[in-house]
Design a protein around this ligand. Structure first.
Ligand code: UTP
Ligand code: MN
Length: 595
């Protein structure tokens, strides 16, 4: 695990980020006064109730209750865990995420720079070696690759020798360490000294990240041999389950990208691009992962998986389906294309051309249809036992899909296939029906923050500070000192918020929220953030805050006096004036707002 991300970095990131831009790249936002609105991406609606505030750097759906900061949006929309949402956001602003202490697999980016550089130079070396090798050029041409395609994908050749990279790039021990760190050379097992090249006599496919940096290679034997493809091992720069071969080239094609075609092989992706299908990417000898899909759905709303028609292809397709269910939801289209037995995209597009191939894409099976068709091959729906078996097979799959419109529609289709109602099916599957409104996160006993509702003075003060961080400046020195004297747990939160804003004023509500993300009070603060501010005019907020704090202090001080009087009454009795005072205090206490 990598170390903790410093709070100061997140603070800076939120200050730089623009939530309108981030949400706007995924949801069509319309300007409405100072804010922006859209149909909510988290529930199905026809009239917009999803609002984005540039001032607060916060979004809120009045229909389903979804709300949060830019990071919260990335977490919710792309289903990213917090550190990845930070990575994603930082990446947009060209920032690298620092990690504090601890052992980190992913070294700081500065340490990586020489590795990227080395891999880039090795790719150039391989490309030059291809030009120099008649045998390799002949093979590539025989596979139908044009010079232009080879240049575009920077396809190369690893010469047939054990020490090419050592000779060209391994002059110093530091250089050899770097070569080994990228997996390009392998240390000889005990007994003999030194290293040898991983890739020898292979056609080389550089794998590039979305910024175009070479992070790994795939190498195919020339003609026959085992293994047919050899890939770089996983390294600090390269994780197979994340990368899609050809994604950089796809993005570079500068097309209006609507869908991605996911194929299995390097050659498939390259040949499809060459044929003009420039939205093809390949998984790297692994099953499709949810992470692949998350990345893909950041770019497009439609993904077509393409599999060979043979048994291996069908097996791979079913594995892919299981892995992508967690990413299925309304607004995303996932389909499966099965090619005729014995064909792969490379061979097929070569034979029939891109138009006929694209026509096949139109026929690809939607995920739901494929799921049902596959289960039908395992369960005979003509009798009750078969239906029960079908339901048993479907349950673990359905459970992977998030509740929502997509799952409901799939359930409807399955119910139809089984000849039953959706309610019955839900009973059989024991899945919870999708709630009408995503419940506003249920308040638990949040330590510290008073749960007296909007009316409580403390809640008012905290809410004002959240929505208008600048209001903190209006609080007087006397008030600050007085607050220090109160030990009430909720007041401690108010005090801390005030001090925080004085020391380092937040520029938006989002910034304050992110500072509190790891604290137990975060949940309650987040709820307050989504509730409407008491004061919408920033200029009035300071005045409101001062008044709220004043009343709060008053109530607290009187509460203290009350306790003293009650105690005295119990012990020794009160004088007449004390009785009057007690009476006044208790009656104002029951009228007053705070508890
Ligand atoms: P295929 O065996 O379908 O290869 O493997 P292909 O793409 O059709 O290759 P050509 O046309 O014979 O050149 C598909 C993918 O599976 C991975 C590679 O990523 C390959 O592109 N693979 C395959 C391996 O990693 N190792 C292997 O030995 C074979
Ligand atoms: Mn092939």
């Amino acid at each position: 695990m990598s170390g903790r991300i410093p709070q100061a970095f997140i603070d800076e990131l939120i200050a730089r980020a623009d939530i309108v831009e981030i949400i706007g790249s995924r949801v069509a936002l319309k300007k409405a006064g100072r804010e922006y609105k859209a149909c909510c991406p988290f529930h199905n609606e026809k009239t917009p109730s999803f609002w984005v505030s540039p001032d607060k750097q916060f979004y809120h759906c009045f229909g389903c209750g979804a709300h949060g900061t830019a990071l919260g949006f990335l977490m919710q929309y792309d289903q990213l865990p917090f550190p990845e949402a930070v990575e994603d956001l930082a990446g947009r602003y060209g920032l690298s995420v620092p990690h504090e202490g601890g052992s980190s697999v992913r070294a700081p980016v500065d340490d990586m720079a020489p590795l990227y550089d080395l891999l880039g130079r090795v790719a150039e070396f391989y490309a030059a070696s291809l030009k120099a090798s008649t045998r390799a050029r002949h093979y590539a041409a025989g596979r139908g690759l044009t010079d232009e395609t080879m240049a575009q994908f920077q396809i190369g050749y690893a010469p047939d020798a054990w020490d090419e990279l050592m000779r060209h790039f391994g002059g110093s021990s530091e250089q050899r360490r770097q070569l080994a760190a990228t997996g390009l050379i392998i240390e000889r097992s005990s007994g003999s000294e030194g290293y040898y090249d991983r890739f020898r006599d292979r056609l080389m496919f550089p794998i590039r990240d979305t910024r175009g940096r070479v992070i790994a290679f795939g190498g195919r034997v020339i003609d026959q041999g085992e293994p047919k493809y050899l890939n770089s091992p996983e390294t600090a720069l390269f994780q197979k389950g994340r990368e899609l071969y050809g994604l950089y080239e796809t993005r570079r094609a500068r097309q209006a990208l609507k869908r991605l075609l996911v194929v299995e092989g390097y050659m498939d992706a390259v040949r499809l691009h060459q044929a003009g299908i420039t939205y093809a990417v390949a998984t790297l000898g692994t099953a499709t992962t949810p992470e692949h899909l998350r990345r893909a759905f950041r770019l497009v709303s439609e993904i077509v998986f393409c599999f060979d028609g043979d048994r291996a292809g069908r097996g791979a397709a079913w594995r892919a389906l299981q892995n992508v269910l967690s990413q299925a939801r309304e607004g995303r289209e996932i389909r499966f294309l099965f090619l005729p037995e014995g064909e792969d995209p490379d061979s097929l597009v070569g034979v029939e051309g891109s138009r006929a191939f694209e026509a096949r894409l139109q026929e690809a099976l939607p995920l739901s249809e494929y799921l049902i068709a596959h289960l039908r091959t395992e369960a005979d729906l003509s009798h009750a036992d078969g239906k029960a078996h079908f339901v048993a097979l479907a349950r673990p799959l359905i459970e992977k899909i998030a509740p929502g419109v997509y799952r409901d529609l799939l359930l409807e289709r399955i119910a139809q296939a089984l000849g039953t109602s959706i309610e019955r099916l839900q009973q059989w599957l024991k899945v919870e029906p999708t709630p009408e409104r995503a419940a506003a996160s249920s308040p638990s006993a949040v330590s510290g923050v008073d749960r007296g509702g909007r009316g409580s003075l403390l809640t008012q003060a905290i809410s004002l500070l959240l929505h208008h961080p600048g209001a903190a400046a209006a609080v007087t020195e006397r008030q600050r000192q007085a607050l220090l004297g109160i030990s009430h747990a909720g007041i401690a939160v108010l005090r801390e918020l005030l001090e925080e804003q004085r020391a380092q004023p937040a520029r938006s509500m989002a910034q304050t929220l992110e500072r509190w993300r790891d604290r137990p009070e975060y949940r309650r603060l987040n709820e307050l953030a989504a509730s409407e501010p008491l004061v919408s005019e920033p200029s009035a907020a300071g005045r409101e805050l001062v008044q709220a704090v004043e009343r709060l202090l008053d109530v607290q001080l009187r509460g203290g006096r009350l306790e003293v009087l009650i105690e005295k009454a119990r012990r020794e009795g009160l004088s007449d004036s004390e009785k009057q005072e007690l009476q006044a205090l208790t009656s104002s206490q029951s009228r007053g707002g705070a508890r």
